[in-house]
Each structure stands twice: as C-alpha cells, then as structure tokens.
Design a protein around this ligand. Sequence first.
Ligand SMILES: C[S@@+](CC[C@H](N)C(=O)[O-])C[C@H]1O[C@@H](n2cnc3c(N)ncnc32)[C@H](O)[C@@H]1O
Length: 611
Amino acid sequence: MASGNGDPVNYAHYTDRLKKPDVLSELKSADNKFLFTRALLAEHGMLPTTLDRPPDSGVRPVTEKWKTDFEHGLMLSVNQQYKEAAKQFSRSMVDGEPGTVNHSLAMINRAIVLYHLGQFTRSLMDVRQAMGSKYPPEMGHVLYEFAGMAESRRRRGQVQELQVQGSCVGLGHFGRFGLGKPVSQPAGGWQKQEHSGAFSAFLELKSSKNMGRGVYTTRDINPGDVVAIDEPYIYGGLQLHNSCCRNCLKSPVVPIPCTKCSLVYYCSENCLHKSMKDGHNLECPIIFFIRSLPGITDLNQLALKWLSKELSKMGLKKYCSLVDTFSKSKIDPKTRGFNENGQYKSDNFLTAYSLDSCEEEMPIEVLFFFNCIAAEMLQYLMLSGFKIEECYLGIVGTSLVRILSVLDLNARKININAPNMVSLKGQSLQSYYYMTFPMAIALYPSLALFNHSCDPNIERSGKLSTKTRVMKAIQPIPKGNQLFFSYGRLKLFDEMKNEERQEICRHNFKFECCCQRCIENWPQYHSIPNGLSAINILNPRMADTVIKECKRFEDFIENVGYDEFHRHLDYLYGFIKLLFTNVKRPFRLYENCLRIIIHAHTGLQHQISFR
Ligand SMILES: C[S@@+](CC[C@H](N)C(=O)[O-])C[C@H]1O[C@@H](n2cnc3c(N)ncnc32)[C@H](O)[C@@H]1O
C-alpha cells in the first residue's frame, strides 16, 4: 500500500510481529486504542528503552577545535572575506581527520570560497575530493549542482561574482519565467485570513455526497484569476535533500548544521535560533531515532516537528486541553477552521489539526500502524527527558495519531526546478533542460479544502521553490461550480486510461475518484480526435468565429516556442474561454491550450508534446 504521498509503506511492519490490530476495532475511544497499542508494544519489548546510539551510527563527533575553526570560516565567508575563510576552512580540514564528514564539510566550504575567489580549478578539485569522501549523502545533490556551476565557470574562464542573497546563492533560474498577471490581487478582493493565506472573497465551502467538503465559486471566474494564496502550516525538508534550511527552506550554499544533532541544517544563525524556539530543542535529541522508525520517514519527522512546535508553544497542559476538547466537540465539519466571522484561520493549530484525516475509514491495519509509530515516538520523547504524566499519555498519543493521519492525507511535496546538467544545444548555457524534484513536504490548510479532479480548473502558479502557493484558475469556472486541482502529476494524468487514474487515486490518495472526467469516461489525451475535423460546436452562430480562432491557435502552436508561451497568456485565456462556451469537450485543441496554460503558469520548461 502507499501513503497519501504515493510512497510505498509496509503497514504490516508491526502487525507481522504482533498480530493484534483487530482488537483495536473493539475498543471504543481513540485514547484506549492508543494505550492498548502502547501496552502491547511494551509487553513485547518493542518500546525503546534507551537513547544510546549504536557505535557505528555515522554521526560525526564534533570536536571543539573543529567547531571553532569551522564556524569562524563560515563567519568570514558570510562577511565575504573569502581569502581568510579559505585559510580557516583549510585549518578545520586539518582538525577533521581525512575521510570523516567533518573533513569533507570543511573541504566543500573551502571549494565555495575558492569559487568566489575565481579559482575554479582548485575549487573543483576540492569538490571532487569531497564527492569521493564522507560528504553527507543526503546533501550529495548540492555537490553535483555546485560542481556543474564551477565547471561551467571554469570553461568560460570568467571571474564573475554570483548573485548573493543573504547567505544563499541565487542562480537566477527562475527570473526568466514571467507570469501572465501579477499575483498580488485576486479577482474580487480577498477574503481575509489570519495573516497566513487568503481566499478570494467569492469562494464558499459546500458539501457534496461523494466528495465531502469542497470549494465553490459564487461568481464567474476567468482563467488567470488568482483564487487562493496559502502558506504551509508546517513544513520540513525531505531527508534526501536535507541541505535546505530547516527553518525557512532556503537552499544555502553554506549549510550550518545543528551543533547538537548534526542532522539538520540552517541557512543562518537566525534560522537556527528560531528553529530551536519553535521546537527543535524537543526533537533534536531524538530525531536520529525517529529516522529509523518504519513508514514514511519524512512524514514521521514532520509529525514530530509539528508536535514539538505545539508543545513548545503551548506547553503540555494547554495542548492536551485543546486537543481533548476538540475530540469531544460535535462541531459541524463544514465550519471547522472558520471563526465566528466566517474567516478561515489557516494559521491556527486547530484548523490544521481538524483537516480531513479519514481516520474513520482507515483500514484497521493502518490505524494500528499509526498508533505504534505514535507510541514509539512518545517513548523517545520521554526518554529524552520530556515529562508526560500518565493522565496525559492517552491524549498526546491520540493527537499524534491524528497528526500522522492528517499529514498522510494532506501533506504535499514542494518541488524545485533545477537545471539538468546535460546541455541540449551544444555548450550553450541558456539551453539547460530543467527538471523538477521534490525538496520538502508541507501541509497547506487552505489547499487541503480543495477536492481533486483529473480535469482540474485551478493550478499552482509561480516559482516552484517558494513555500507560498498561489492558485490560479486555468479554465473558466462558472458561478456555482466547484474548484478542483489535480492531486497527481497532471501531464501523466491526462495521458492515462480511466482505470489507471482511478487506481492511483485509490492507492495513493485512498478515495474513488468521482470527477467528471472519470464518471464520463473521457478518452485518454492521445485518443482524443485531433484538430478541427473533430470539432463539435455547441452554438452554431459562433461556428465561423470558433473555426477561425482554432486555425489561429494551430498556427500559434506551430510558430511559438514553448519557452515563449508565458508571454501569450492573455491570448490563451481568451481562446480557452471561447472554446469553453462554444465547443463540446473533450476537444483536442482545448486540451492543448489547457496544457500550455499550465506550463506557462508553473514555469516548467520540459517539452510539451501536442501529437
Ligand atoms: C484534501 S481532502 C479535500 C477536502 C475534503 N473533501 C474535506 O471534506 O475536507 C481529500 C479528500 O476529499 C475527498 N475527495 C477529494 N477529491 C475527490 C474526488 N475527485 N472524488 C472523490 N472524493 C474526493 C476524499 O475523501 C479525499 O480523501
């Protein structure tokens, strides 16, 4: 089975050994389920008893001397005193024995300052050596990206300063992609949210039998209109790309490791201190152990980060009182997250906590699995010195199970664009082929209210790498209709057969998709008859105009390069609107126009095929 994120999970991890999950369904309250699971794990000696790390745990011993030299080097490089910084990193290379992580961290930082000094060949030598030594594997992609930059500079023989944004290097990848309209104003003004996001004022929540809550519009929406802006309530870098800042998700060239756990990184001292205050002090001693728990480690770590943040902010008693009151309340699911003035409070703990979690419909094996994870996590937390009185154990444990389930269903990956180092046209630096890969995982409380469709009418817009999600309409949405985005990868979705899409929704997202495309069994993209011969005009009076515009669109596809599409968004919005009202779907030119709009919104540069 897969989690809501699509990653495979062995939910039988505990069941195989304990064979008891069925008992859970006989227990009424969530507290009892958790306490039963915890007792069962204890009885079988499966609860952790110590925080001793195995001797070969790979965590580097940080000697005082190494730390002082290394931190001094970082400070010098932040102040752009690159020559001194290079010397300092050379010293800390000596302090950290060759072949150790310390040594390779110092080496890569020396490579960076050498790069700034224009000494690309020496810089590359350091990078290559770091690649061959114990550089943290989860940060390996940073090395490769950096090596590509150094290599291209060396070839060009240019000594140019990089654009430095604070302590982060901006490669300027994203600056090239303009958007159709500025995103500062949604059509119709904002429906105010407490400072973390905003919905358009003309959106409302309604329930339907087959999809539960969903977001509907109370007026016509045009393609290109901004419909919602959201910030994540909680987010964390993926372990695989651990080098992004734990606090702000920037990708620093000089990542500063947490000096206690050495397992998370920051872009600045500021972020390090902020993260400590936001709960890293609680997770720091146990994060190493949480990484070895079964399931999706990124989700487990995010759940711990979320719990640690709330416990640090509110303290145990207030936290327990809040989640306990929530679990006993009979509040209408449609109004959860809204205050008495009808504002959606997306930066509020209970809003995120009360998102759909499908706990009731969850297979008992999965529920048991989450209870086991929660029991192990809390045990680690208590071993680290965090006191949870017996009377609070059930409440905290149950809340952690809910957090895990909410994240499992609603957390989304944040992707970044990165240049694939293969040049498409000879050596031209302008012709890099852009790829997108996941870098972090985040929970967006407002976006979690939108349902899925395999024919979405809204889509994310703007830079992939920013945490802020700006959602724009990609098709006209008449008054009274529901807004949908695609939970899966769109390009693949419209190329799949009905059954394949259904299987993905069932398997990854745990629901039977009831969108129009599925219900009406639309053909796959490639089977939709091509071109004007297949046109089915709804309004005969418009036939001449539609045919003329379709021909113009065919010329547009022939003559405009895919990296130019974003400059023609207004034309594309107009064309899709014309087809929306006058042509029966599915119609190939409509689907093509939709594809172009999506790609122009997201700035993705991979080839779009129209054949
Ligand atoms: C992120 S939530 C969306 C909001 C949710 N409907 C609510 O009531 O809060 C995802 C859940 O909505 C439902 N859902 C979303 N899209 C659906 C679709 N196309 N068909 C059926 N159910 C859908 C499923 O229950 C899914 O687990």
